[in-house]
Design a protein around this ligand. Structure first.
Ligand code: 5GP
Length: 114
């Protein structure tokens, strides 16, 4: 039985509209629909991995590519200061079970995060 697609898979397959700001062979960068900062984008692997906790050693390249895409996005858009966030688990705020990195920028960030 095949699982239903996540919203991010539907965006990647162009079945649901989204602002896709950057695309590589294995990642997309999309604008978050509910931005928490002047810049709030999501770096998403095209291959669905449920969350960071389900990654294995063979997925190391995907994590590296996600980080490289995030930093390339910041560099190409002249964003010197930014925060990268991965939420894992409901208590941490994970709502979409398709791994993604949040890139937030354009305002002062507090620490620790709430
Ligand atoms: P999480 O809470 O899983 O770490 O992050 C999920 C993110 O996806 C949230 O920031 C939420 O605003 C964003 N999001 C949820 N649905 C959509 C959608 O349909 N389109 C876009 N572009 N972002 C979405």
């Amino acid at each position: 039985m095949s699982e239903s697609k996540t919203i991010f898979e539907k965006i990647i397959d162009r079945e649901v509209p989204a602002e896709i700001l950057m695309e590589t062979d294995d990642t997309v960068v999309i604008k978050d629909i509910n931005p928490q900062a002047p810049v709030h984008v999501l770096v998403v692997p095209k291959r669905k991995i449920e969350h960071i906790a389900s990654m294995g050693e063979t997925d190391a390249g995907i994590v590296a590519n996600l980080l490289l895409t995030a930093t390339a996005f910041a560099r190409e858009n002249g964003i010197p200061s930014y925060r990268l966030v991965i939420n894992n688990g409901a208590l941490a705020g994970e709502t979409i079970h398709h791994l993604h990195i949040h890139l937030l920028a354009g305002r002062e960030m507090s620490w620790p995060p709430g």
